[in-house]
Design a protein around this ligand. Structure first.
Ligand code: HDD
Length: 700
């Protein structure tokens, strides 16, 4: 906006108090520091500040003085407000909560967090996307990080996992290449937060071990509906070590109480436009309204002998252990019940590290895990800028901690006494080693030669990719074929597209053909040589989303499109039924201030143009005939109905609502019901209408 140049006035000095008075207008929100309502505003040195609006000037229209320590301190601090964002998982959202153990694993571990049933251990849990920067959107197709810091009585335990149980690569030495390839391309700085580009697929095409993870990444797992509805996995095998020193392998799984649920791709794309912060807002609103997200923690326990009989190597992080082979045992639950007070202090500064384990939990030889044990502390030294980042409140253990590490940037502790070494005899209360301390599991290594080698047992790259694909329902398979087609269509390099289709031939011939058709390839490219021919494993229905979705409205959102005169009784009935079923309900209207049929003026929760149906799980259109006719000419209203239908959602309509369906060429099916039939609406709202999909979308 063009600003009018102020006319210079003869310099008449005003005191800063006078200036403030002028700025404040009537000045009745003046607050005294001492004894007043608010604490005094001070500098970082505690010097009270009298004027936070004007810098110190040589004269009212003269230059600013270097002497102004209030200005200099404020600007200097501001200039340094940003810290480097995480190299991966930069975009994140976190919450406080607790973990409660329900079943003791005392037979397997001495870790108190896994043996003291009923104990509530505080946790801080951060969810993230992987590829995008800190300011990127919440809903790209991407893996979600699922990192939990348990503040146990025996020190912090960080379970730093993802919402996918396997990983792209088998060895940490490949991680920088993987990450470089998926991030925005270095010469052009795009695309942001997307894997649909040449460098990523080039790397993948030359990394056959990634194909299993690729199947997961191209499934609907990577376009979740809500962070409250994702599963979490520790990925690697870890060890539990009991009081006798005996160890058992363990894999950790988080299972959401609300059930797992994803969006459809078109919905995810439109959500990006509707709300960049969709997942963050969803988690915030759930916690603030007391609908605390909850997960069960489950374990798969197995011995060295069990592992020897698996048709894959469990130390290979591109492999999962089917639940049908080693069942999950639920041992506790995590509830997230407190939003952080400050995003930067907590969510941004939290530092997770897979090497943080209490006595009784230990690592396996998984080469990816072994590399991770180094990487996290290392990156945090530069990201947080000091070896004392463990003293930041969100990172500090909640149990006593003491050692002889001293000094360094930003040291917050003031150790007392002469002794800063160990062993020592001069100070009785200085920290010593303890018998209860961490001991590595006594594991005997094999005596083969050292070398940069990949175990032969890691050579099968396709069997589990095949297992995953063939375990999916038909709609999910179609989504995967379409996702692959979409991603590869964004790859300009022909030989990269072809190489991926070649890999797919090892997984499933039909899948390869569908993607080849989608890409318009004249013939199927050759499959690359496979070190090991893939085997067929029994399908694992537990790998599906659709087969596992809960028929529920709990934690879901229902949107009701209304306008002046909409039938208040119908709206009341729909709202009550949805609330009773555990959903939240929002009224959406073309204007915020409206009056329903009962004549009472009210505010809608959302304005139509800014509240599309993508943000809801089911919708109702309750409108007078007249409003229906009017809104049938309004693009936002028509999109509201058309998108809800296209995204396979339950829809309730009355006469006016029907006019909008008609304008959007939306037909009736089992998921479109009369607004007066509340029961039918709730039934339709609880599930996605998968039968509808082939009618609304051409899938690969
Ligand atoms: Fe990682 C962050 C999960 C492999 C190196 N990783 C990071 C976060 C999660 C994961 C959830 C974000 C934590 C937070 O919210 O602050 N990473 C995984 C999983 C992996 C994995 C499940 C495979 C099973 N990561 C992995 C490897 C390396 C790293 C192989 C390096 C050798 N990861 C990092 C990192 C990050 C990180 C660069 C970035 C920021 C941070 O650590 O603190 O060190």
């Amino acid at each position: 906006m063009a600003s009018k140049k102020p006319t210079p006035k003869p310099a008449k000095a005003r005191s800063s108090d006078e200036c403030r008075e002028a700025e404040r207008g009537s000045g009745d929100e003046l607050h005294e520091h001492a004894g007043g309502k608010h604490p005094a505003l001070t500098t970082n040195q505690g010097i009270p500040v009298s004027d936070n609006q004007n810098s110190l000037r040589a004269s009212p229209r003269g230059p600013t003085l270097l002497e102004d320590f209030v200005l200099r301190e404020k600007i200097t601090h501001f200039d340094h407000e940003r810290i480097p964002e995480r190299i991966v998982h930069a975009r994140g959202t976190a919450a406080h909560g607790y973990f409660e153990l329900t079943t003791s694993l005392a037979k397997y571990t001495k870790a108190r967090i896994l043996t003291e049933v009923g104990e509530k251990t505080p946790v801080f849990t951060r969810f993230s996307t992987v590829a995008g920067g800190a300011g990127s959107v919440d809903t790209p197709r991407d893996v979600r990080g699922f990192a939990v810091k348990f503040y146990t009585k025996e020190g912090n335990w960080d379970l730093v996992g993802n919402n996918i149980p396997v990983f792209f690569i088998q060895d940490a030495i490949k991680f920088p290449d993987l990450v470089h390839s998926v991030k925005m391309e270095p010469d052009r700085a795009f695309p942001q937060a997307a894997s649909a580009h040449d460098t990523f697929w080039d790397f993948i095409s030359l990394t056959p071990e990634a194909m299993h993870m690729i199947m997961w990444a191209m499934s609907d797992r990577t376009i979740p509906r809500s962070l409250r509805m994702i599963e979490g996995f520790g990925v690697h095998s870890f060890r539990l070590v009991n009081a006798d020193g005996a160890s058992t392998f363990v894999k950790f799984h988080w299972r959401p109480k609300l059930g797992i649920q994803s969006t459809v791709w078109d919905e995810a794309v439109k959500l990006q436009a509707a709300d960049n912060d969709f997942h963050r807002r969803d988690l915030f609103e759930a916690i603030e309204s007391g609908r605390y997200p909850e997960w069960n923690l489950a374990v798969q326990l197995f011995t060295e002998e069990d592992a020897a009989a698996f048709p894959f190597d469990h130390l290979d992080p591109t492999k999962l252990i089917p639940e049908e082979l080693v069942p999950l045992k639920v041992i506790g639950r995590m509830v997230l019940d407190r939003w952080p007070d400050n995003f930067f202090a907590e969510t941004e500064q939290v530092a997770y590290c897979p090497a943080n384990v209490p006595p009784g939990i230990d690592f396996s030889n998984d080469p990816l895990l072994q590399g991770r044990l180094f990487s996290y502390l290392d990156t945090q030294l530069s990201r947080l800028g000091s070896p004392n980042f463990h003293q930041i409140p969100v990172n500090a253990p909640k149990c006593p901690f003491a050692n002889m590490q001293r000094d360094g940037h930003m040291q917050m502790q003031v150790p007392k006494g002469r002794v800063n070494y160990e062993p020592s005899s001069l100070q009785e209360d200085s920290p010593r080693e303890t018998r209860a301390g961490f001991r590595s599991a006594a594991v005997t290594g094999d005596d083969s030669a050292k070398g940069r080698v990949r175990a032969e047992s890691f050579a099968d790259h396709y069997s589990q990719a095949r297992l995953f694909f063939r375990s999916q329902s038909k709609p999910e398979q179609a989504h995967m074929a379409s996702a692959l087609t979409f991603e590869l269509s964004k790859v300009a390099t022909m030989h990269v597209r072809e190489a991926i289709v070649g890999h797919l031939r090892h997984i499933d011939a039909d899948l390869a053909q569908r993607v080849a058709n989608g890409l318009g390839l004249a013939s199927l490219p050759p499959a690359p040589p496979a070190a090991v021919s893939p085997i067929d494993m029994p399908p694992s229905p537990a790998l599906q989303i659709i087969g596992k979705m809960k028929d529920t409205l709990e934690g879901r959102a229902v949107g009701i499109l209304v306008d002046d005169g909409s039938d208040a009784a119908t709206i009341r009935a729909l709202r009550k039924a949805a609330l009773d079923a555990g959903a939240s309900v929002k009224l959406v209207a073309p204007r915020l201030g409206i009056a329903l049929s009962d004549g009472k003026p009210m505010y809608a929760d959302g304005q139509l143009a800014g509240t599309p149906s993508t943000v809801f799980d089911a919708v109702a259109l309750v409108l007078t005939e007249e409003a229906g006719k009017r809104l049938a000419r309004n693009g936002s209203a028509v999109d509201f109905a058309r998108d809800a239908f296209g995204h396979l959602k339950g829809i309730a309509v009355d006469g006016g609502g029907q006019a909008i369906l008609k304008a959007g060429h939306v037909g009736r099916d089992a998921g479109v019901v009369d607004a007066s039939d509340v029961k039918a609406f709730i039934k339709a709202a609880k599930t996605r209408q998968w039968d509808r999909e082939p009618k609304v979308r051409l899938l690969a």
